[in-house]
Design a protein. Structure first.
Length: 421
């Protein structure tokens, strides 16, 4: 068969295919102990990815392992008797350590925290054991977890029982138990642990939205009150519209500042909440010994917080839209008021122009008289000698010359005005 010519690959094809296989599930053999941490700076813009990568390189080189590529976002391998899985995410970096001896896991965990480039956002310890029956699982759960907030369930077609109370121990770590049946392989154990740590990590990251929502609450209440007061004055004729417009612009600017600060966090919270829901659904939970499941725990504790964040985001959006509409209405009112003032000004200018024109005509009449007076005097000086010769007195000569001079002056001024206009 003749080989068909193959088209050139898109430059991003390899990257999109590799992304499907990025961050594979760990393979964890039970029984074992695991520890997990998610590190993040206090502010997102302060994140130092180079420092995060440097920490990984130190851990790897200490165990004589080869570091990954510079742009790698995940790595997994053995560090002596322990296994380590490192992942770099959009806002945080995660490290998962597991091994047969809890003391070894604890020692490396302390080293990671002491050398970590960020702050601990989430951390958890997993005790992974094999069980023969539900009675053994129930005894372990009762001894390892607080009963008041305990969540426990069967997962993945009854292949394991998971439990957690979501209360940090004195060392700051959450405690989770993963109790698996004897026939469950390391791949399935790794998937269970991965989903649990993702639930804990994304739950913690989503709750940052609640912190931001609570910070914004007083400011939104104050701006909402101010906006209501300004809107109430829009239909009244008293008060300066320019002052109200400036107040609305100030409210809009404050709302835009809040929106700028909150947009990313609100969007991230919605995305993290969705991931938490998907990971819980993937566990395929069923009830264990009447205990609440992880899904029920999140519904009672986590969902109300997310609804608060969602409501705050909607509230911010509604206030921003109201401020924008109020500003547009007030600008329209100002424009109408300016149009009225301009119309009155034009009427006043027309009236003044008429008065100026009448004054000009009056001045022109006086000018004709004044010019004619001086012109007549000059004409009499010129014509006086001739009048004596023919026997005309100066009075009769003035009577004859004056009408002619006045008519000539008037005609000259008219000609000049026509040329000017």
């Amino acid at each position: 068969m003749t080989d068909m010519p193959r088209p050139a690959d898109h430059p991003h094809r390899a990257a999109t295919v590799d992304e499907l296989h990025a961050r594979p599930f760990p393979s964890i053999e039970a029984p074992t102990h695991a520890w997990f941490v998610a590190l993040r700076p206090e502010r997102r813009i302060e994140r130092d990815r180079a420092a995060e990568r440097a920490q990984l390189d130190r851990l790897i080189q200490g165990a004589c392992q080869t570091p990954p590529e510079e742009d790698a976002t995940h790595w997994s391998g053995r560090l002596g008797p322990l296994n380590l899985k490192w992942e770099s995410h959009t806002e945080f970096v995660t490290i998962l350590i597991w091994g047969p001896e809890e003391s070894d896991v604890t020692a490396l965990a302390q080293r990671v925290l002491a050398d970590g480039p960020g702050l601990r956002m989430a951390s958890a310890r997993f005790r992974i054991r094999r069980i023969e029956d539900d009675a053994e699982a129930l005894a372990i759960i009762r001894s390892d977890h607080a009963p008041d907030s305990l969540a426990a369930s069967r997962v993945l077609d009854n292949s394991a029982v998971i439990a957690g109370d979501f209360r940090p121990a004195p060392d700051g770590d959450m405690r989770f138990s993963v109790l698996v049946r004897p026939d469950v392989g390391p791949g399935r154990v790794g998937r269970i642990v991965q989903r649990l740590l993702e639930i804990e990590t994304y739950r913690a990251m989503a709750m940052l939205g609640l912190v931001r929502a609570r910070e914004m609450g007083p400011a939104l209440s104050d701006l909402g009150t101010r906006l209501a007061q300004e809107v109430a004055t829009l239909g009244t004729s008293d008060g300066a519209a320019e002052v109200s417009l400036q107040a609305l612009l100030d409210i809009s600017a404050r709302l835009e500042q809040l929106a700028t600060r909150a947009t990313f966090r609100m969007s991230a919270t919605a995305a993290y909440e969705r991931i938490v829901t998907i990971r819980i659904d993937a566990l395929n939970e069923t009830r264990f010994e009447g205990r609440q499941t992880f899904g029920e725990f999140m519904m009672r504790r986590f969902d109300p917080a997310m609804r608060t964040v969602e409501a705050t985001g909607h509230r911010l959006t509604r206030l921003t839209d109201r401020a924008r509409r109020a500003g547009e209405l007030l600008r329209t009112r100002v424009e109408v008021e300016l149009s009225r003032q301009n119309r009155e000004l034009l009427v006043s200018m027309d009236r003044r122009s008429d008065e100026a024109l009448r004054l000009q005509h009056t001045v022109e009449g006086l000018s004709v008289v004044a010019i004619s007076y001086y012109a007549t005097s000059l004409a009499l000086y010129v014509a006086a000698p001739f009048g004596k010769e023919i026997g005309l007195s100066k009075t009769w000569m003035a009577a004859g010359i004056t009408p002619l001079v006045v008519l000539g002056t008037w005609a000259a001024l008219r000609a000049v005005r026509r040329r000017l206009h």
